[in-house]
Design a binder for this molecule. Sequence first.
Ligand SMILES: N[C@@H](CCC(=O)N[C@@H](CSC=O)C(=O)NCC(=O)O)C(=O)O
Length: 294
Amino acid sequence: MSFETNATVASFGGKLLKLSHTSSVIGSKMNLNLYLPPQAAAGTKVPWIFYLAGLTCTGDNGAEKGFFQAAAAKNGVAIVYPDTSPRETRYDGDDASWDFGRAAGFYINASKAPWSETYKMENYIVDELYSALPKEFSLDPAKVSIMGHSMGGHGALTLYLKYPTKFKSVSAFAPISNPINCPWGQKAFAGYFGDDKEDWKKHDATELIKSFKGNVDILIDVGTGDNFYKQKQLLPENFEEAAKAAGHTVGPSGVNVRYQEDYDHSYYFISTFSSDHVEHHMKFLQSQGDLIEF
Ligand SMILES: N[C@@H](CCC(=O)N[C@@H](CSC=O)C(=O)NCC(=O)O)C(=O)O
């Protein structure tokens, strides 16, 4: 597979590539952004982090408003910003609401028709992009981490917990932490999987942490002024409680949920803490080359 580079934008000494490709998993064209830090220019294979965006987003939201590039350039790490759903194949009702269908792919492989034909964002991330990107760009195939926001935070947590050997570390901003028990998740899972709630549990971070045996050094930030948190769409406490009951450490160096006073759900919140998240991942992704200060 090859990626087409539609634009190259200079950013913090590195380059943001606006890419498209024909996805064999999704079955149509997909767009994404890839930030390559200055250290990648010399051909050094740098570590990289997926940033999974939330409902209504494309790969542009995080790249334009997350402020990840400053910390990524300093630490010599690349950031991949995929899209949030298939775009070209259209189904009845895919635009009927902003929390299901287009731009709401939930990073799962749908099992219910018609979504099951193309809504395979899980395989798109963990198989296709995971293996194709390092073949074409200066990325180390063995040093990959994952983070995300809201629906993308659910994606990051669940993909890490499902595929712990693929990702060195995970973090999340305001993640949907227990989708089977919140309105967003219940709507999406009923639509993409049908009514078997036992099946839903396989895609729920709070359920997955109960039987997870690996490393749980997970950074999560949640704003106390986040309206979606107040409306109980995020439920981070359920994730903490399940982790604790399963014997995992809750707190620094464990499941570390930081409740950030007054912050909301927006990219003002994400950009405030984005460098903390890059630094968190760098504990697990050995830094390449010297730090660069801007
Ligand atoms: N249209 C909605 C608000 C949608 C929204 O807030 N989306 C968030 C992610 S929510 C969970 O996944 C987002 O990241 N938006 C893009 C942005 O750039 O802020 C409404 O009307 O409430």
